[in-house]
Design a protein around this ligand. Structure first.
Ligand SMILES: NC(=O)C1=CN([C@@H]2O[C@H](COP(=O)(O)OP(=O)(O)OC[C@H]3O[C@@H](n4cnc5c(N)ncnc54)[C@H](OP(=O)(O)O)[C@@H]3O)[C@@H](O)[C@H]2O)C=CC1
Ligand SMILES: CC(C)(CO)C(=O)C(=O)O
Length: 287
């Protein structure tokens, strides 16, 4: 298969290195680099796929994987005119719950495959990435979902379809909304071992659960406890991607990961004061 990855950063670079073992991969990058070096939990992957930096040089492929940050959607979309032919499918692999809405201005919604990714990865330089855990990706059940899963058949990454994408996406958002605390405190995952920080994380997640349920997700009552337990069980030095953005002085996905809980909460008449507090603090800190 011919696959183009728009945004070969931590997630995109990791997936591109795995996909390049079996497919013809092109990287659509903002910052040029020569080769991908990904330290995975199983092996070191080195690949030298074609790297384009000019959307005018893009040609149609079978699959486009969009792995930019949510706030770079407009820049990512500039690649689509060249990459998308009549049979091209486009997967959006980003955090949050608004994958399809975000790219609907640029593509018919039925061409978009939203994907929830749980693959912790950190980029130390352009093309140089550490994949912390093999992780998983989930896409909605259906023809496009099956075709997406097949792309990864040769990899150890758990890629599967789900009949309840809404629940999968909101469950992942529950994990991500708590990660705002790491970006605020500039402390890696281990800060969740503090009971006062764990309590804030649980409050963030509890609001996410209330709004997610109103949006149709099936979320268990103990999700806040599960999220904190997950942070505590993982590597204490893990840096989530929101935290990585703040450390690097980049914009942050605050709106896609916490702001969305406030916005959708307001639409359902659900109060989300803890997420509002965190969004205000991070927005102020990030400027
Ligand atoms: N990192 C993680 O562990 C995880 C991240 N996610 C989610 O995955 C998504 C991607 O995150 P992550 O991989 O961390 O992000 P990164 O910041 O590591 O990578 C994003 C990449 O997009 C590139 N980019 C930005 N604009 C353009 C453009 N116009 N054209 C081409 N490339 C562009 C950036 O280029 P440049 O090199 O110039 O910055 C960068 O390489 C996010 O939604 C995140 O929340 C989900 C699960 C885990
Ligand atoms: C929670 C985590 C680390 C795992 O996939 C993530 O989604 C991120 O860093 O954005």
């Amino acid at each position: 298969m011919r696959i183009a990855v728009i945004g070969p950063g931590a997630v995109g670079g990791t997936l591109a290195a795995w996909l390049a073992l079996a497919h013809d991969v092109t990287l659509c990058a903002r910052t040029a680099f020569d080769r991908l070096e990904v330290e995975t939990p199983e092996q070191a992957l080195v690949a030298s796929p074609a790297v384009l930096t000019d959307p005018a040089a893009a040609a149609p492929v079978d699959w486009v994987l969009v792995t930019t940050k949510t706030y770079d959607a407009a820049g990512a979309a500039a690649w689509l005119a060249g990459l998308v032919g009549p049979d091209t499918r486009v997967a959006v692999l980003q955090n949050g719950v608004e994958h399809v809405e975000r790219f609907s201005p640029y593509l018919p919604a039925d061409r978009i495959t939203p994907a929830v990714v749980d693959i912790p990865a950190e980029r130390t330089a352009p093309g140089v990435i550490r994949q912390r855990r093999m992780g998983w990706i989930k896409v909605p059940a259906g023809q496009a979902g099956d075709a997406f899963v097949a792309l990864f058949a040769h990899t150890p990454i758990e890629v599967a379809t789900t009949d309840d994408f809404t629940t999968v996406a909101w469950s992942k958002l529950a994990l991500n909304c708590a990660g705002a605390v790491n970006a605020l405190t500039l402390k890696p995952a281990g800060v969740a071992h503090r009971d006062d920080i764990a309590a804030i994380m649980k409050d963030l997640v509890a609001e996410c659960v209330a709004v997610g349920r109103a949006e149709g997700a099936s979320l268990s009552d103990d999700l806040p406890q599960q999220v904190v337990a997950g942070y505590r069980a993982g590597p204490a030095d893990g840096i989530n991607s929101l935290h990585a953005d703040r450390l690097a002085g980049r914009p942050m996905e605050i709106d896609a990961r916490n702001g969305v809980i406030i916005r959708k909460g307001a639409a359902h008449g659900i109060a989300t004061p803890v997420n509002a507090l965190v969004v205000a603090l991070l927005e102020a800190a990030g400027r």
